[in-house]
Design a protein around this ligand. Structure first.
Ligand SMILES: NC(=O)c1ccc[n+]([C@@H]2O[C@H](COP(=O)([O-])OP(=O)(O)OC[C@H]3O[C@@H](n4cnc5c(N)ncnc54)[C@H](O)[C@@H]3O)[C@@H](O)[C@H]2O)c1
Length: 335
């Protein structure tokens, strides 16, 4: 039985707490947040769990085997480092940290100490992402030409990290996972309207190997709630709409075929518009699947899908996008 501790019980931390409290194979032992009111409010729902405002008391190897960190990103490094140094496995929310050298230090520390380090890239555990990954790898969409996503809504406005750091980790990690590749070049543009220097909206363009292009639109200042990914392949096209309660994926048998044997220009390029299929995607709460994956990794000692290296590669892309944004959209190479 994996003994779990958690730090950070805010808007998202509450969801993690609920999941780990009811998860098989683990026992939620203690959880902390400096916000006393929040802790007092949560207490009645978690009998048997030590809920405290003493954050440091959770990082104790004699009490817990693994820790969940769901605090503001600027605090992730110090908490994750302390836990790894104490020999405690770590699940840290996205973005892993805000600085590449800190990300590298966490990855190195986890490797040296043989600890599990997982980043909360929840979209990598979404059943619809899994489905798309299967059909991309199976060749159903053909060669992937390009993909684009939007993750926009009204609120929650953050006051430290901008919309790029807050939302884009989801899209970047999902795209990297789906393509099984990392971008080589990134550019971004964005603007702050509500708070000085904190971009409410960002447009990010990523270039992957083999001419594959990706675009991400993130914003917390938008009239729509949109969570949509479109993938254009040489054989078929797919749309993943995560705001749909069911029928999240549509596969379009659409494309433009290039004929080798033609007399006129009209015959050279022929439009294909076939069926639109709504596949039966297995249901399942992504957060629950993600939490189960962490517990399995802790027990099996096999690094999770969204391990520290994955977190670090997303971090390098976000960092490059941020630099580009600050330089008026100047493209940045990813090392
Ligand atoms: N995976 C997802 O879909 C998803 C969704 C939302 C947020 N998140 C991530 O979860 C993390 C938390 O986001 P949130 O929306 O819950 O934020 P939040 O501001 O609602 O909650 C953060 C909590 O951390 C506490 N806190 C602040 N400083 C602390 C410190 N030094 N030590 C311990 N606790 C501290 C605060 O009191 C607060 O309760 C962020 O990294 C965010 O990016 C992930």
């Amino acid at each position: 039985m994996v003994r779990i501790g958690q730090i950070g019980l805010g808007a998202w931390g509450k969801n993690l707490l609920r999941n780990f409290y009811t998860q098989n194979g683990c026992r939620l032992v203690c959880a902390a947040d400096p916000d006393e009111k929040g802790v007092v409010k949560l207490s009645p729902g978690y009998p048997g769990v030590e809920l405290t405002t003493d954050v440091q008391s959770v990082i104790d190897k004699s009490k817990i085997d693994a820790i969940i960190i769901a605090t503001p990103p600027a605090t992730h490094f110090q908490l994750a480092q302390a836990a790894l140094e104490a020999g405690i496995d770590v699940f840290v929310e996205k973005p892993m940290v805000l600085d590449i050298s800190q990300g590298e230090r966490l990855v190195k520390l986890a490797r040296e100490k043989g600890m599990i380090l997982m980043v909360g890239h929840i979209m990598e555990y979404h059943p619809a992402t899994e489905f798309l990954k299967r059909i991309i790898d199976g060749g159903e969409l053909g060669n992937i030409y390009y993909l684009y996503s939007s993750r926009v809504n009204l609120g929650k406005v953050r006051d430290i990290e901008n919309s790029l750091w807050s939302f884009a980790p989801h899209d970047v990690s999902m795209m990297n996972y789906l393509l099984g590749a990392r971008p080589i070049r990134v550019s971004a543009d964005g603007q702050s309207y509500l708070q000085n220097g904190i971009e409410d909206v960002a447009f990010i363009t990523m270039h992957y190997p083999n001419k594959v292009m990706a675009h991400i639109h993130v914003s917390w200042l938008d009239p729509h709630k949109d969570r949509k990914l479109t993938i254009v392949g040489s054989k078929k096209m797919a749309v993943f709409n995560d705001t749909e309660p069911s029928e999240k994926i549509r596969i379009f048998d659409k494309g433009i075929d290039i004929s080798q044997d033609y007399n006129t220009y009209g015959e050279y390029l022929s439009l294909r518009t076939g069926d639109i299929v709504i596949p039966n995607v297995p249901s399942g709460e992504p957060l629950k699947i993600e939490c189960e994956h962490f517990i399995k990794s802790v027990v099996s000692r096999i690094q999770p899908r969204s391990n520290g290296e994955d977190g670090l590669s997303v971090l390098k892309i976000l960092d490059a996008a941020q630099k580009s944004l600050e330089q008026g959209g100047q493209p940045q190479l990813i090392q």
